[in-house]
Design a protein around this ligand. Structure first.
Ligand code: ATP
Length: 366
């Protein structure tokens, strides 16, 4: 065998071989299917080797953007570039098979009539057959499924099918790997295991990666950066920490934290509430605002040390408990999350204390 042996392509001892990652750039992309655009001016730049998660509710345009990246959908206007070269736009369209882009879908899309090894070798047609075979087997080795190489997909569990789909996506060593809700078909335990394994493999392969997800937790776990989308636009782009600590609006805040929302009015750059006075710099006097209070940042003390409240309800959530507390001066009960071990029983009189540093203030219109 020459320099294109499986081991030199794939690396030693079953680790996924590194690839040459590409920079992915979307410039003002729109995609119009009907009157309402599926994408409405999306600009993003993903550095080589980084993982970007597209996060947002159903219908916000995540999959459409991923399909444009893959070349199975064309933008109506705007451009997409790989390493600075236009691959979709007014001047050029590069078909999917010439983009060196790997795809992994929600339903794994394995071919039922092909063996597992042949499924993984499917994208390796440009290699001599014996090399393709070795690369496919090395990829199966990496995901721990070499023993199933000769079997057919129907014998595999959901988690195993997910691993085969991952092996198939990374085997050709794509410069860009696109994953559409790759874990949504798995149950909770398996999902977290597969998220960790996949992250380890992505870090070895070093492809640039775009992952579509509904789950803020998944986006925080996997993404170097997260693009929060809504109605065809990117609402905010940032690291998990940035989005958590400095959400641009209530929509983003709600995604990354369980918050209580109370209304207030700005008076002399502050908002006076029955839970305390909060600074409101940058807001106009008289403006209606929404105060977001992180449920985990609510502290419960004895009734005389905080705003008086009474526990109405308690939900056991494992390590934590969610409490509903009627608080003097508030129209609606407040929800608080406290460690289960210190959760007061229903009916207990408590004092409620809110740390002013943990509140988020947003313009009133939602
Ligand atoms: P989900 O999480 O449910 O997959 P999404 O955020 O990925 O949603 P898209 O699948 O990108 O959203 O769809 C965005 C919008 O574009 C939706 O309103 C959808 O109905 C519409 N759309 C997508 N593809 C087509 C198509 N081929 N023809 C017509 N409308 C489409």
């Amino acid at each position: 065998m020459t320099s294109t042996t499986a081991s030199s392509r794939w690396g030693e001892r079953g680790t996924a071989a590194a690839t040459i990652a590409a920079r992915v750039t979307f410039e003002n992309i729109t995609r119009q299917f009907s009157d309402t655009p599926a994408l409405n001016g999306v600009s993003l730049d993903v550095e080589p080797g980084k993982i970007l998660c597209l996060l947002g509710p159903s219908g916000c345009g995540k999959t459409t953007l991923l399909r444009i990246a893959a070349g199975i959908e064309k933008p109506t206007t705007g451009r997409m570039l790989l390493d600075g070269q236009e691959v979709a736009g007014p001047d050029r369209f590069v078909p999917p098979e010439e983009r060196n882009v790997g795809l992994m879908f929600q339903d794994f899309a394995l071919f039922p009539h092909l063996s597992i090894e042949d499924n993984v070798a499917f994208g390796l047609k440009s290699l001599p057959r014996s090399v393709a075979r070795e690369v496919a087997r090395a990829a199966l080795e990496r995901v721990g499924l070499i023993r199933y190489a000769g079997e057919f997909p129907h014998v595999l569990s959901g988690g195993e099918q997910q691993r085969v789909a991952l092996a198939r996506a990374i085997a050709p060593r794509p410069s860009v790997l696109l994953m559409d809700e790759p874990f949504s078909g798995l149950d909770a335990d398996l999902r977290s295991l597969m998220q960790e394994e996949t992250l380890a493999i992505l870090q070895e392969t070093r492809s640039t990666c775009i992952i579509v997800t509904h789950s803020p937790e998944e986006a925080m776990l996997l993404g170097d950066e997260i693009a929060v989308m809504r109605a065809g636009r990117v609402v905010q782009l940032g690291t998990a920490e940035e989005l958590y600590h400095e959400p641009k609006d209530l929509y983003v805040a709600r995604l990354f934290s369980d918050i209580d929302e109370i209304r207030g009015q700005v008076d002399d750059s502050a908002i006076h509430t029955s839970l305390g006075t909060f600074a409101a710099n940058g807001f106009d006097d008289g403006e209606e605002v929404i105060i977001g209070i992180r449920q985990r940042a609510i502290e419960l003390t004895s009734p005389e040390d905080g705003q008086h409240g009474r526990v109405l309800n308690l939900k056991f959530l494992g390590d934590a408990a969610q409490l509903e507390i009627a608080v003097e001066g508030l129209d609606l009960p407040l929800r608080a999350r406290v460690p289960e071990a210190v959760a007061p029983a229903v009916g207990t009189e408590v004092g409620v204390v809110v740390n002013p540093n943990s509140v988020l203030i947003f313009h009133g219109e939602d």
